[in-house]
Design a protein around this ligand. Sequence first.
Ligand SMILES: [Zn+2]
Length: 299
Amino acid sequence: MSEIDLIERNCPLCRSDKHSSMFLKRRGSLDLMQTLFSPREIPKYNSLQFNFCKKCDVIYASPALPQDVSENIYKRSPLNSIMESSCASKTYMELFKKFRTDNLKKESALDIGCSDGIFLDELRRIGFKRVVGVEPSQEAKARAHPSIKNLIRNEIFDQRNFEKESFDLISCFQSFEHFFDPQEIMNSIFNLLNCQGVGVFVFHDFSFYLNKLMGKRSPIYDLQHYQLFSQISIKLLLKNAGFRKVEIKRFKNQYSLIYWSSLFPFSPQLKKNILPKIKILQNALLRINVGNLFVLVEK
Ligand SMILES: [Zn+2]
């Protein structure tokens, strides 16, 4: 078992711990071999401690994995959810189309944390000429469709790898919870967008009733998450970066029943040995509102 020294963090938004109190503490051993992060992975309930900043309405992990450790884990993370990735991309595109974006040019788009690049394909379908994705997981890129693979940069997102104000659209779905410094990433997105550029994001909402009802058993309290937002803290994150025009919508995620059942606090034996054998769970799709938020901003 590899030992990792965890590090103390302050609130990712106000950078202070003055307004914070402990929100949730959980015993858990960190075994790097088991800590292979991937999107929509079965939660392992091995989070350590989350604090709550009253001033910013944000929950953040501290102590937490050092940034370089977590980045290295993402690089070698498996992609185990092509079907879920495809379902999510279709849902996000449907939502995006519902917003009025009359001034949006369709020259260039960037998807941060693009996984196997399915949303890049969606963007091309609606007319974007130049699309690029950033994804640290080597396996996610390896499993991308051949027509998309060369559009994916296999790296940790860094603003310096792109020209300032060079994108009309930047998307980043269900990733802000995973960034060590989410404010720095949002500032970068602001800098990389053209004037009148559009950002689209998906966040978990810790204040949604279902998450409150499930409490510590909610899958959002996961070792992969450095922080969790509410509508209040999302608006603060965006405002700090310079965005003024913000629209937020709740939506229903559509996934297979097997995926949904993996999120609920059933016993590990049931999740591993019994549920995967039930065929109907694999094939049936279900739309549920689990408190996720779709956010659209204009620069
Ligand atoms: Zn704060």
